[in-house]
Design a protein around this ligand. Sequence first.
Ligand code: B1M
Length: 213
Amino acid sequence: MKEFILTEAKKVIREGDKEKAAELARKAIEGGIPPAELLEEGFVPGITEVGRLFENEEIFLPELVMAADAMKAAAEVCNESIPKDEAVTKGVVVLGTVKGDIHDIGKSIVESFLSASGFEVHDLGRDVSTAAFIEKAQEVNANVIATSALLTTTMGYQQELEETLKEKGLKEKFKTIIGGAPVNQKWADQIGADAYAEDAAGAAQKISDLLGV
Ligand code: B1M
């Protein structure tokens, strides 16, 4: 049954049916599939496959947009079902997708995992400027600034953040972590980010390691 639901999850994303995607997510969670597993093994492989089809020009922008809407609807249901740990605050994180980049599905999953792991997260959304990240981090006295970038043309803003923090003498005050599909450890090392994580669970673990909590 679980295998069938995970296969259906991939299918509804490919079909770009947002009502069906949200309904399937609700029913699967009610049926006992953990939301994180449903995301990672069902919906995420579905949208990844859509990305591959788009890259190979087997589908075009309208289908990509419909699949993204379905993915967003499913992810929202899953994210709401991931229990938030509000009893403890392990640290304060300012999170967002960098300037010029409107991809926010993965960033929102990261937000859910961080909240579930006991971090206080200030999610600035998408298309966030370097200045806005720093301003918020100062305002809430953050421990970590966490940025997501999905485009090779926008990952440069993660470097801009590092440079601006150094210029302002704030590099020691805020730890930084980066993620997103085109990003890797090599890029983190190159720009001087404190950590890189491949996925949402990894982000929670790396931030815990950075803060020693
Ligand atoms: Co776009 N897009 N897109 N897109 N899109 C990609 C990224 C692309 C790889 C598709 C492709 O060609 N194969 C390609 C980028 C190519 C490149 O840069 N080299 C691309 C392109 C080209 C574009 C446009 C330029 C298309 C156009 O208009 N011609 C345009 C750009 C718009 C802009 O941002 N300015 C565009 C638009 C869109 C949509 C709006 C239609 C939609 C986004 C909707 C939304 O997010 N609200 C969309 C989508 C859905 C995708 C793909 C198919 C899927 C992205 C996604 O949501 N994945 C994507 C292909 C792909 O990545 N395979 C693609 C699922 C999500 C759970 O994974 O975001 O990777 P991801 O997050 C993961 C990890 O990366 C990690 O954890 C998450 C959960 O495990 N992670 C972090 C993410 N952030 C992290 C931060 C961390 C740690 C881990 O710490 C801080």
